[in-house]
Structures are given as structure tokens and as C-alpha cells.
Design a protein around this ligand. Sequence first.
Ligand code: HAH
Length: 346
Amino acid sequence: MKRNIGYEQVVSGQSNRGEIPSLHEAFAKDFPIGAAVSPAILDSTGSLIARHYNSLTAENDMKPIELQPEENVFTFEKADQIVRFAKEHNMRLRGHTLVWHNQTPDWMFEGQNGEPADRELLLARMKLHIDTVVGRYRGDVYCWDVVNEAIQDKEENLLRQSRWLELAGEEYIQKAFEYAHAADPNALLFYNDYHETVPTKREKIYKLVKDLLDRGTPIHGIGLQAHWNIYEPSIEDIRIAIERYASLGLQLHITELDLPMFGNDDKRREVMTPTEEMIEKQAKQYEQIFELFRSYKDVITNVTFWGAADDYTWLDYFPGKERKTWPFLFNDQHEPKPCFWGVVAK
Ligand code: HAH
């Protein structure tokens, strides 16, 4: 897309703001473009988000610990604010997440006297949580990350040694999908995970989801978190993962995309502004990734960033790695970066 300022605009002295294309409009024929948000981010960044994104995910506010901090005490205020913003601006809303080993309150896994909950109690609590949350947002949330990160990264086991697995057994995953489907038969249900392009993890995700499908579980898609960076994974590894998951006949959502300007083992903390090389690398990587996504638009049905602009990202606060990482298409001032132009210019 050319960045011409029309002659009339120049002579009439109008601002050239209108020349920046809307990100989601640039992908109108392909898939919705999402951002992970909180009510505070909607306050500080709402106008950017309303213009450039047409899908939202609550970064934290729909997680179990936020929605049910104590047993039977549900706190929906922040989640509701995000739902309202999405409705007001005609955006889709992804639900994240119902069953996870993190950001889940301890009481969920404990009996009356702090002893481990038994299977029946834990599954009853899971069902109540899912019924209440999915039921409340029925018609507003169009898809749910039902189970998040249930797979073990290390070689030995398929499933992560979580309290869900330990106390409820491996069936907890299928149960979660069944409860969610009963609570909203129209919602699309996803299994969501990270390191999804790494071959060993990729094959585990494939196997888990295939087993669920073989058992008749109501699952409709796989969420690829896509916490990548400007150096890896390779476009080819991403393509192989997309092909592999798509072969299950499911739709794919890119659920948590970010491309920080550091490789995995780059220990530098002193880089205060991105170098030219980092900026160019990021632009090239984003351009190729979106070209790939677009070529798979029949199976990739949502692409969501885990944030909206570089002034706030969870990555900058990652324990032990605190530093600016500039992972998005918009800079600290909410202006388009070179990677933005590469992505919309097709
Ligand atoms: C994701 N985990 C979670 O799905 C999301 O809910 C959270 O806000 C951020 C990232 C990715 C992850 C992690 O949290 C820790 C280690 C590896 C990967």
C-alpha cells in the first residue's frame, strides 16, 4: 500500500492520520485480528484497539483465579468491562481460559481441611466453574480456550504433571470439553498450547487432540500461542505445524502472537532502543509470518496478538528477564512500526 498524502489533504492542512490503514480491515478477507487486553489497557489504548483490532481476549480477567478467587465467589466486573467494549465496537471475543495449571486458586484442589480434593469433588468444581462462566458469556464469547497447556514439555510424559492430572486423572481434559459444550453448544472449543512448532511438542499436541477426537470429544480447534521471536521458529517449521494440526480437520487460531526483539538465549539487558538490524529483522519476520497465515486462511480463523502496542507486554515483566522487548506492530506511542507496514502492504 502506498503512503501518498492526497494533494487536497495537504493544501487543506488536514491531518494525515487517515492514511494509516486499519490492521483488521487489511485482513477483512482473511481472519479477524485480535489483541489481549485488560480494562486498564482499554482505558489507555482503547482508540488504537478499536481502530486496528476486531477481536479481543482477556489477558488475565477470565482466568479461574480472577473469576472465582474463593469457592462460589464469582467476580465478573473486569471481564464484563471487556465484554462491553467488544460489543460496543462490534468485535469478536475469545474466552481464555477454563482449565489450566496456572492462575487457578489453590482452594480448587483442596478439601475441607486442606487435604487434596478427591476426583469427584474436583470434577464437580470444574463443572460448576465452566457452567457458570461459559453460561454467563454465552452468545458474547464465540470460542473458548477450554484447556490450556496440559502437555509436558520434557520428553518422558504426554501430559503435564499438574494437580488436575494428579487428582482427577487424564480424563479431566475430555470432561472439560464436555462441560463447556453442554454450557454453550454454539461456542467453538479449543485446546491451546505453546512451543507448538517444536517437533516433539507438536507431535504430543497432535496425539492428545487426535485421541480426544477419536473418543468423540467436542473439540473444534487448536490454539497456537505463537510466543515466538524475531529469529525463530523458521517459517518452514511454522508451516509444518500448521499442516500437521490442520490434518486433524480442525480450525486453528493463532492465540497469543508476539515477536520480541531478542532470541531465546540473548541475555542482553542493556539494549535501551531497538537497533536497525532488530527493526528490520522484525519487519521481515512479521511479513513472512502473515504471508504464511494468509495462505492458510481456510484453516486459520483468528490471529490474536498477546497485547496491542509495545508500551505494555507481559514479556517485559517475565521473571528473571525483565527488559523492553518491543514485540508488536505498534510502538510505545501507538504509532505503526516498520513491521506494521510490511504486514498491511500486501
Ligand atoms: C501463556 N503461557 C498463557 O497462555 C497466558 O495466559 C499468559 O498470560 C501468558 C502466556 C505461556 C508461557 C508461560 O506463561 C510461561 C512459560 C512458558 C510459556
